[in-house]
Structures are given as structure tokens and as C-alpha cells.
Design a protein around this ligand. Structure first.
Ligand code: ZN
Length: 145
């Protein structure tokens, strides 16, 4: 089960939605969140931070360590928490699920008029979108490529 958590970045201008796979990590595992505006003047610490296309998640590794006995036992790193989904964006990037609902709205209208064309269009939309996000440099869009 996944619960959606919204968080506001340090400077307060952007919001990101998080997923916590299997609810193992509490939301407190995110110590601070930096958007591309407020991440430029922080000291990057690879031991607790993860960078994704200008965004930086600063994890509270003590909280992560405290819950680590519930994890399958890989080295506990920010990369592991993010890439395995224990604390990661909901979707491919911070506002993905909001944008994708809006982007799909147009296509949903088509589904009522021409279901067959709709299926082809939505498939194309998914592929094109992932290509675009990979090109923009999002970590999850580039995973496995
Ligand atoms: Zn910010």
C-alpha cells in the first residue's frame, strides 16, 4: 500500500508528492526538501542526500536506520531509499501525478468518441512522455535505460 504525502520545499515555492513503499519509512525520513530554486546554495552531502534534476531530498538517515530492520537488507543509502521506492517521488518526478491527470484529460474525451484511437493515442502519449522526461534528466525516467 502506498500513501501520498505532499511536502513543501525549503523556500516554500514548490510542492512534491512522495510515495513510501509498503509504508516502511515514515514521512519523517525526509529531513528537508529542496527544489531547483533553493537547492543551489546548499552543501551537498551524498551520505544523506539524493539529487534528481535540480531537486534534492535530504534524508534523515537516523530515522531510516531505525526502520532498516524492515528492509530486505541492502546497504542503506539515499539512492537505495529512492530507487527501491521506500521514499521516492509519487510518479516519475515531484508533480507527476498532477500533470499526468491534466495531460490525460484531453485524451479521455477522445475515449468516448473513438475508443480505438484513444488506446493508440494513450500508448503513444505514455511513450512520448517517458522519452521527454528521460531527456529532461529525471532519474526514474532514465532508470533501466
Ligand atoms: Zn524551493
Amino acid at each position: 500500500m502506498c500513501i501520498d504525502h505532499k511536502m513543501i520545499c525549503k523556500c516554500g515555492t514548490h510542492t512534491a508528492s512522495f510515495n513510501f513503499r509498503d509504508d516502511i519509512m515514515p514521512a519523517e525520513v525526509v529531513n528537508k526538501l529542496y527544489c531547483p530554486n533553493c537547492s543551489s546554495d546548499i552543501a551537498y552531502n551524498a551520505g544523506s542526500m539524493l539529487r534528481d534534476n535540480g531537486w534534492v531530498i535530504d534524508f534523515d538517515m537516523e530515522v531510516a536506520q531505525f526502520m532498516a530492520h524492515k528492509l530486505p537488507g541492502a546497504p542503506l543509502t539515499p539512492d537505495y531509499l529512492f530507487d527501491q521506492g521506500y521514499c521516492t517521488w509519487r510518479g516519475v518526478y515531484p508533480m507527476d501525478h498532477i500533470d499526468s491527470v491534466r495531460e490525460r484529460e484531453e485524451l479521455v474525451k477522445l475515449s468516448k468518441i473513438n475508443p480505438k484511437q484513444y488506446l493508440a493515442e494513450i500508448r503513444k502519449w505514455g511513450t512520448d512522455r517517458m522519452d521527454r522526461l528521460a531527456g529532461e534528466g529525471w532519474r526514474k525516467a532514465n532508470a533501466g535505460q
